[in-house]
Design a protein around this ligand. Structure first.
Ligand SMILES: C[S@@+](CC[C@H](N)C(=O)[O-])C[C@H]1O[C@@H](n2cnc3c(N)ncnc32)[C@H](O)[C@@H]1O
Length: 225
């Protein structure tokens, strides 16, 4: 399948997970300052920044509405950013942000298919809150190993497993809540590390976030299991 032709299955799967696309886009924009706050940049500065060349080409995998673009540009001046996304409402918002910022390329791409990027063409990548949305993230991780330069850093940031009672908190128990629990809480941090390493991404450090509801994994491209 050509990489620029998103499969119906991917959009149907995302629609099932997100519900209303526009409302989810707005939620991602409202919450991005919290995701990309001091802890995110602390891990980024320790593990990603020192491995970047001057004027790096950085990849934002599943960029959503582009909430990472501006803080990334402020944090890594001179960087060129590539965003990959498939959902129409997200793409529209990401393109608006890219146009306002400049030097941001957006590709409409299904991450379940080969990425529309050349081998070893990326200096560093972030995958924020995207792996849990993929039925089979292994192919994406392998593709990241292909498009990242040898030794280039990847920061994975995602939901990780927690007890149902903690996940639900005060929320009403519903079929929708259980579905999100299955999707958000499938992997432990060790599972994510295992998947990364299986695909040739060496994990340097794992950091818990939000009381260990989320984890950040700092990886470098190299060393397949
Ligand atoms: C939870 S949002 C996070 C957005 C952004 N990374 C952030 O942290 O603000 C996950 C994004 O990944 C995208 N995504 C999930 N699966 C995808 C796929 N197979 N191909 C392309 N994009 C995908 C979704 O459309 C959504 O915009």
């Amino acid at each position: 399948m050509p990489h620029d032709a998103p499969s119906i299955d991917t959009l149907a799967h995302l629609s099932d997970h997100h519900g209303d696309f526009a409302a989810f886009r707005d939620l991602m924009l409202q919450t991005s300052a919290g995701r990309f706050g001091p802890i995110f940049w602390g891990v980024f500065d320790q593990y990603v920044r020192p491995r970047l060349p001057d004027a790096p080409r950085l990849l934002d995998v599943g960029c959503g509405p582009g909430g990472l673009f501006e803080p990334m540009r402020a944090h890594v001046p001179g960087s060129a950013i590539v965003g990959l996304e498939v959902q129409p409402a997200m793409l529209e918002a990401a393109r608006e942000r890219a146009a306002a910022l400049g030097d941001v390329e957006i590709f409409e791409a299904d991450l379940a298919a080969p990425l529309p990027l050349a081998d070893a063409s990326i200096d560093g990548a972030v995958a924020s809150m995207v792996l849990h949305e993929m039925p089979y993230p292994v192919q994406l991780l392998r593709e990241l190993g292909r498009v990242l330069k040898p030794g280039a850093p990847l920061l994975v940031f995602d939901w990780v497993r927690q007890p149902l009672a903690e996940y639900a908190g005060e929320d009403e128990m519903t079929p929708g809540l259980l579905q999100h629990f299955r999707e958000h809480c499938l992997y432990t941090p060790e599972d994510l590390a295992y998947l990364c390493q299986l695909c040739g991404l060496q994990v340097l450090e794992t950091v818990g976030r939000r009381g260990n509801r989320h984890a950040m994994l700092a990886c470098v491209n190299g060393e397949r299991l």
